[in-house]
Structures are given as C-alpha cells and as structure tokens.
Design a protein around this ligand. Structure first.
Ligand code: NAD
Length: 351
C-alpha cells in the first residue's frame, strides 16, 4: 500500500530527528511491504528565511494532499523577537494545526522500565505510569485577541462550548479503550472559560460510560508529580495542556521521549514530538530521536490502521533500550551512549 506523508522538519534539531524517523518508517515499509512516499515542506523559521512567512501556501497545499503529516519542531533564537509586528516561527505551527482543523492533541506518557533511573523522580512514583494527556488545540488564550501598547498588553482567553464538547468527547472515546477514567482539568475557581469548560465537560462525560472527575490545574500539576498513577486520561484546554504535558514528560526521564498526534475533523492528522527545536543542542548529534520515532507509531496505529507495524517500532525501541543504548539526555553511567543517527540506525536494525 502507498502512503503519502508530508514531512516538515522545521528548525533546530527538527531536521536531525526527522531523518531518523524517516529511516525507521522506510525500514517498516521494507519489512511489511508498504511504500511511504515522503514530500518535504517548509515551516517555522526556515520558512521565514526562504519565503518570508512561517507557513507558506505551498506547505498548506502539500499537507492537503497527504495521508499524514510528520513534523520536527520550529523556532529558535534567530527568530525570537518581542516586536509584535514581526512574524514568528510558532505562528507557522499554530496556523498549520488550524488549517488542518486538528482540535485534539494526544500525548501518551508511558514510563519505560529501562529508563526508571533517568527520571528525577523516585522509581516507585513512576513505575507503571501510563497516562494520556488530551490537549485542546484550537481555542483558548493562544488564539484570542492580542493587544500591545507601550506600557500594557493583553491576551484574551475564549472558548466556545462546541470546542469543549468535541475534545471532551474525543478524550472519553480514548478512555473507553483504556481504563475508562477521565480527569477534566480547568481553573474553574477563577476563570469564566474554565467554568464553561467544567459545565460542558460534566454534560458530556455524564452521558458516557467512563468514570470522571474535575481537577484544578494547579492541583493537577502537583498530583502529576506526587502520584501520576492515579491518572488514565487527562483532558484540558490549550495552554494548561501545553504546560502539563511538558511536566509529565519528566515522568519518562526526558522530553525527548514523548510523542504526540493531533487529530481533528479532517482525515489527515499531524504527528510530532512534544519538544521544541532545542537550539542549545542543535547540530551536535545528541538529540534524542525517540519521541519523533514514537510519533510514527501513533501515525501507523491511528492514521493507517497498521497495528503490527506500530508494535514493531515499539518493540524495537524497547529492545534498543534493553541493550543499554542511550542518547545523552537519558544517559546513565553504565550505558552505551548513542548519537542521534546511531539511535535511528539501532531502532531500524531491530525492526
Ligand atoms: P525545547 O523543548 O526545545 O527544549 C527544552 C530542553 O529540552 C532543552 O534543554 C533541550 O536541549 C531539551 N530537549 C528538547 N528536545 C530534546 C531531544 N529530542 N533530545 C534531547 N534533549 C531535548 O524548549 P525550549 O528550549 O523552551 O524552546 C526552544 C525553541 O523551540 C523555542 O523557539 C520555542 O518557541 C520552540 N518550541 C517549539 C515547539 C514545537 O515546535 N512544537 C514546542 C516547544 C517549543
């Protein structure tokens, strides 16, 4: 079977990790008899440099013709600016998610047995952690009106009940296939958008067969560190989800391990690691490509319905970790350090 994949490497470590993910997908194609047809597009800072915009029309067209999108990361100090009138790389990513009509960003957080010492938390806290964060992607403070004066600035947080309902339904569906437990996270003691969130979430979740509860975001931030095993599926709004998922990454030892998939109304979904462009390590061949490779697992499983192929990558990652190979971010004394490309080679070899 032929699958068309748009590949948007972006900036910083983006191109380095994307190469490794393609390598692994090609190996899967070889082994299972599929053809993954990759076409590259520009997004982020590199697109600003070449086309003057972080999301060129050609990229939107390319994405529209594909079966799935694989993205690296965008941004970096070269394009950082406090000038409200300048274009920024992140606008490319937000614009892409909007153009693709994705509304639910799914971020699985599973602690690898082999990496239990890579986390800064105690083994007994992280052992067996297996949760999913579902982050709303189209609303909230990232998309509301922004104003900037010389001495004041404002960002507006807005939510429509339809935006809340569809993402909560989506989260309940995921929970239905897992431990059937949803925690809806908000700040309903302070924010009006959160009170609407809580009311709608309650209406939706009551009509499902999943167990549910509400939690304030500040408590959730604490509970994720105190007792992460209490969670199955967390559903929350855009900014809370952004922050909580980075925090949850530390349960796995490194942000470089975590994958994500953004799903929506369109048939095409977007897959990307949760980390950014890591300019501090770009070009040094030390970036961990496993989050991006794991994003391909989500792509195979959810966009192409290729469960055996998805499992082949998961097993390969586990075997490589069992054999003691680690990138710098998850390195321990008695392990063997692998550079970014070596890690990709090792996973591909195990398939
Ligand atoms: P970051 O996620 O890029 O990096 C945070 C820390 O984690 C850094 O120390 C980095 O070296 C490390 N890290 C990240 N990915 C890693 C990997 N795969 N392997 C090993 N270590 C890894 O976040 P930041 O430093 O706050 O942001 C850097 C740039 O990325 C900024 O321009 C920001 O706007 C952008 N950003 C982009 C995205 C995205 O494209 N989805 C997400 C977050 C931040």
């Amino acid at each position: 079977m032929n699958y068309r994949i748009s590949v948007l490497p972006g900036d910083g470590i983006g191109p380095e990790i994307i190469v490794e993910a393609k390598k692994v997908l090609e190996k899967v194609g070889e082994k299972f008899g599929h053809n993954f047809d990759f076409s590259e597009g520009l997004i982020g800072g590199c697109a600003i440099d070449k086309e003057g915009t972080p999301l060129p029309e050609s990229t939107i067209e390319l994405v529209g013709e594909s079966d799935a999108v694989l993205l690296g990361a965008v941004g970096g100090p070269k394009w950082d600016t406090t000038d409200a009138d300048k274009v920024r790389p992140e606008q490319g990513l937000l614009g892409l998610r909007k153009a693709m009509k994705t509304f639910a960003n799914v971020r699985p957080v599973k602690a690898y047995k082999e990496l239990k010492n890579a986390s800064t938390l105690k083994n007994e806290v992280i052992e067996g952690v297996d949760l999913v964060i579902v982050r709303e992607l189209t609303g909230g403070i990232y998309f509301g009106e922004q104003k900037r004066g010389s001495e004041e600035a404002s960002d507006t947080c807005e939510y429509k009940s339809s935006e809340i309902s569809r993402v909560v339904k989506f989260a309940a569906k995921i929970a239905g296939k897992r431990q059937k437990k949803v925690t809806s996270v908000d700040k309903a003691n302070v924010l009006e958008t959160s009170r609407l969130w809580r009311q709608k979430a309650e209406e939706i979740l009551k009509s499902t067969n999943v167990e549910f509860s509400h939690m304030l975001v500040d408590n959730c931030a604490m509970q994720l560190i105190r007792d992460p095993k209490q969670f199955d599926v967390i559903v929350t709004e855009n900014m809370f989800g952004d922050i909580l998922s980075d925090e949850a990454a530390m349960l796995t030892g490194s942000i470089g391990m975590l994958s994500s998939g953004s799903f929506g109304e369109g048939k095409t979904a977007l897959f990307e690691p949760i980390h950014g462009s890591a300019p501090d390590i770009a070009g040094q061949k030390v970036a961990n490509p496993l989050g991006t490779i794991s994003s391909c697992v989500l792509m195979l499983r959810h966009s192409f319905d290729l469960e055996n192929e998805a499992q082949a990558i998961e097993n390969a990652i586990n075997k490589v970790l069992e054999k003691g190979y680690r990138t710098l971010d998850i390195m321990e004394n008695d392990k063997k350090q692998a550079k970014t490309d070596e890690m990709g080679d090792l996973v591909a070899q195990e398939i």
